[in-house]
Design a protein around this ligand. Structure first.
Ligand code: AKG
Length: 260
């Protein structure tokens, strides 16, 4: 019998301390490159598929395709991967849930406007809460480089507890840090940290797999594009994935959202 070698788990506590302080953490090359390549190709096929059009927000050079849990089951192992789930539960508690899984390609266009924002904070009155309300993730399924549109972040800006976008700086600001990595790298952030998509100046398409973890107390109705997990999708999911999106099961948004 041959012994199987498993990669050691990264230092989750150190990553959580980093995220708490700086607003983000990075796990280099956690996903095999071959899987990242497969997912990048598959997402680009879906972005070209007319059947997916109703679930696509934005337009090229920057699109978001919602509802990926229903459209491609190979995203499930990454949404329920022990590393992001451990980080999410550290900040959001044991009932943390996956509210949405989306793909985000960036095509070449040096003129993409800056969009420095915080996530899911617009419904808070005054300042955002002290407790994190969303831990967001980006699996880099292509390399993320400074030139091809790696996400830009303002480290430590989550401490401002802002609930609104910020237009005070441009792409050339030294405060804006591009988060770069080889494909397969996982980047996680506190939703209150200012961040933006950045322009792709290369001929290659940058592709990210973005998975959002929320605590049970947060009303995800505020996010207009999020899609439910269809009952037939849910029926095929492994238990670990079901546990993370139990409250999302339904055919339409109206079935699963907590209306205000
Ligand atoms: O695609 C990116 O680099 C930015 C993602 C982003 O802004 C978001 O998920 O809120």
């Amino acid at each position: 019998m041959t012994a199987t070698r498993t990669a050691p788990l990264p230092d989750i506590d150190a990553a959580c301390r980093h995220l708490d302080r700086y607003g983000y953490c990075v796990f280099p090359e956690l996903m095999p490159a071959s899987e990242a390549d497969w997912l990048a190709r598959r997402f680009l096929q879906l972005h070209d598929d007319p059947a997916c059009r109703p679930d696509i927000a934005g337009q090229r050079p920057y699109e978001t395709l919602f509802g990926l849990m229903n459209r491609e089951e190979r995203v499930w192992p990454w949404a329920s991967h022990p590393v992001p789930v451990a980080v999410a539960k550290h900040f959001l508690g044991p009932q943390a849930r996956v509210a949405e899984v989306v793909s985000k390609p960036t095509w070449k266009d040096p003129h993409l406007p800056i969009n420095l924002h915080v996530d899911s904070a617009h419904a808070f009155h005054g300042r955002a809460p002290d407790a994190p309300w969303l831990i967001n993730t980006m699996w880099m399924v292509t390399d993320f480089t400074e030139a091809n549109g790696a996400t830009g972040i303002v480290p430590m800006s989550h401490h401002t507890r802002s609930n609104a976008a910020f237009d005070g700086i441009g792409y050339d600001s030294p405060l804006l840090k591009p988060v770069t990595g080889r494909r397969g790298t996982l980047f996680m952030w506190h939703a209150g940290m200012f961040h933006t998509s950045r322009p792709n100046r290369t001929d290659d398409i940058r592709v990210g797999l973005n998975i959002a973890y929320y605590p049970p107390w947060f009303n995800v109705y505020t996010e207009g594009g999020h899609q439910p997990v269809w009952p037939e999708t849910y029926a095929r999911m492994p238990q670990a994935m079901r546990d993370l999106c139990r409250s999302r099961k339904g055919r339409s948004r109206t079935e699963v959202y907590e209306h205000p």
